[in-house]
Design a protein around this ligand. Structure first.
Ligand code: ASP
Length: 598
């Protein structure tokens, strides 16, 4: 294999019995049984048991006495079958062992700050500071290898479909994706800065103007955002763009790519084509959010119209103030105790709702879903007519034994709280199959949303095309303009957004105007793109699935740092390199910068 070794430790098999091989790796464990010393030698491909017997080789045995965990060892010997009864079915190499004839310590190791040979919890700070040791752990090796397989699959698949991988620069000009930019000061031009790309968005659009037709890139993006558990200041996207397409061309491609990738790379996971395509409105109605987890039911239904006509004044007041009443049926939870119900109320309150109304459909209710008044237990039944009660149960699809959970609040809160409660109940009820990857597409978003100070902001980014038929509304009612924007969701996580783009200068200018950019600002920030749109820009669109986030889902990790080789802490610090760190006064001078006290 190389000058150092003839093969990997992890590749030794019983077909090799009798052969002399040379392996090299790290001491995973050492057991001294008096005469014999056993070493588990580890490399990327696995672990091989090496036996040091002084009667076979005195010299090797002397070397083995010195060995400690994580020493680097090269050993030559003969492959033997393990004595019957001592096989280890947990190891790929478990049928065999290597009887050492020659051994050499290639390097020594200090005692590592945590166990590498055991999957015990390690303090995050230690894990990040000694990242190279943490990556030696089997789990991290597996995660990084899987990541490589996923990216390779993406590249091969897209190459097959006629996509060209093109690198775009990292020192660019600010491109808005809704986050703060990372800036790099220019030494040559005092007071001027490059921005690191929040995404290659404008560059990929310019590649479409350039006639490249189908582009992709495994692209690094940089966003200076407030820390969140599943975010990193830099992350990787599969960025792609296509010319002469509509929404469904892009989504069909994603469906084929992700379904065949899961089938090839993680065949033990289950996914089903076609991936459902829901409108934004439908997703909000049925799931209370635009990133629904569709691995389970527990769908929401609106009850506002029913409650508008009831005697229950608490809900009526909410409705009169523009609120919304919605709920769902938690299967089989009618028997929840008083304290369990109080726990659910606490749950919704901690997420901003004023309260939770529950209704237990106890035995005695009509199994067809029409509970007798005396068997539906709730503080609100006395305010409801039998017809109203029946209608509520029917709308929520409640059955005998279910617990109806109802929230009344402003629409945003009602939806957000119920979406969270739906997931909570699904996990309590064990409705989530961890082996399923349930993909969904969400379409037909509004183009803009209102900020708290009353401005318009793009739902996606300012380059997203409005629906053709809604263009006249841009002047009169921007809030009701639909966008050619879609999201790609898996198991309740947004893995990407994309859109069909604007390819007409005048329309793009109009969008900037609605977003509140002055003419000068538009020209200064986006003049290059606007000008390009005047040179025969083709209709085009694309998407950019986040690779880190997707790998997390694929292997069921809930910490994004477990799928990245050298991540930063949640507060954006690289503990291994100790970065960010101060720079010398000379460097600052060269960059024409002065640091003021924070
Ligand atoms: N640039 C977008 C993003 O980073 C993706 C796209 O519209 O293709 O979310």
């Amino acid at each position: 294999m190389t000058a150092f070794r003839s093969q990997y430790c992890g590749d030794a098999r019983k077909e090799q019995v009798g052969r002399t091989i040379t392996v090299a790796g790290w001491v995973n464990r050492r057991r001294d049984h008096g005469g014999l010393i056993f070493i588990d030698l580890r490399d990327r491909e696995g672990i091989l048991q090496v036996v040091f017997n002084p009667e076979v080789s005195k010299g090797s045995h002397a070397v083995a006495i010195e060995l400690r965990n994580e020493y680097v060892l090269r050993v030559t010997g003969k492959v033997h079958l393990r004595p019957p009864g001592t096989e280890n079915p947990k190891l790929g190499t478990g049928d065999v062992e290597l009887i050492a004839e020659d051994a050499e310590i290639l390097n020594r190791s200090k005692t590592p700050p945590f166990y590498i040979n055991e999957d015990v919890e390690v303090d995050e700070a230690l894990r990040l500071k000694y990242r190279y040791l943490y990556i030696r752990r089997e789990k991290m090796q597996r995660n990084l290898i899987l990541r490589h397989r996923v990216v390779k699959f993406m590249r091969d698949f897209l190459d097959d479909r006629g996509f060209i991988e093109i690198e775009t620069p990292v020192l660019i000009k600010s491109t808005p994706e809704g986050a703060r930019d990372y800036l790099v000061p220019s030494r040559i031009y005092p007071g001027k800065f490059y921005a690191l790309p929040q995404s290659p968005q404008q560059l990929k659009q310019l590649l479409m103007v350039a006639g490249m037709d189908k582009y992709f890139q495994v692209a690094r993006c940089f966003r200076d955002e407030d820390p969140r558990a599943d975010r990193q200041p830099e992350f990787t996207q599969l960025d792609l763009e296509m010319s002469f397409v509509d929404e469904h061309d892009v989504l069909d491609l994603m469906e084929d790519l992700f379904a065949s990738m899961v089938e090839t790379v993680t065949p033990e996971k289950k996914t089903a084509k076609p991936f459902p395509r829901l409108t934004y409105k439908e997703a909000m109605e049925r799931y209370g959010c635009d990133k629904p987890d569709i691995r389970f039911g527990l769908e929401l239904a609106e009850l506002s119209d029913i409650f508008a006509g009831t005697e229950f004044s608490v809900f009526r007041t909410v409705l009169e103030a523009g609120g919304m009443v919605k709920g769902f049926a938690a299967t089989g939870c009618a028997g929840y105790s008083r304290s369990e119900l109080a726990g659910l109320t606490e749950f919704v309150k901690s997420r901003g709702a004023k309260g939770l109304v529950t209704m237990a459909l106890e035995a005695g209710s009509d199994p067809a879903g029409s509970p007798a008044r005396d068997s539906a237990k709730s503080v609100i039944t006395k305010f409801l007519t039998s017809e109203q009660l029946d209608e509520i149960v029917k709308r929520l699809g409640g059955k005998t034994g279910d617990l109806l959970l109802i929230v009344a609040d402003q629409p945003k809160t009602t939806n957000a709280v119920l979406a969270a409660l739906r997931s909570e109940m699904a996990s309590r009820l064990g409705l989530i199959d961890p082996d399923v990857l349930a993909f969904t597409f969400i379409l037909d978003y509004p183009l803009f949303e209102r900020t708290e100070d009353g401005r318009w902001e793009p739902m996606h980014h300012p380059f997203t095309a409005p629906r053709d038929e809604d263009i006249p509304l841009l002047d009169t009612d921007p809030g009701s303009v639909g966008a050619r924007h879609y999201d790609f969701v898996c198991n309740g996580c947004e893995i990407s957004s994309g859109s069909i783009r604007i390819h007409d200068r005048r329309l793009q200018e109009k969008i900037f105007e609605i977003l509140g950019y002055s003419k000068e600002e538009t020209e200064e920030r986006f003049g290059h793109l606007l000008e390009a749109l005047e040179f025969g820009a083709p209709p085009h669109g694309g998407i950019a699935p986040g690779i880190d986030r997707f790998i997390m889902l694929l292997i069921g990790e809930d910490n994004i740092r477990e799928v990245i080789a050298f991540p930063k802490t949640q507060s954006a610090v690289d503990l291994m390199l100790d970065s960010p760190s101060p720079v010398s006064a000379d460097q600052l001078r060269e960059l024409h910068l002065r640091v003021t006290e924070a």
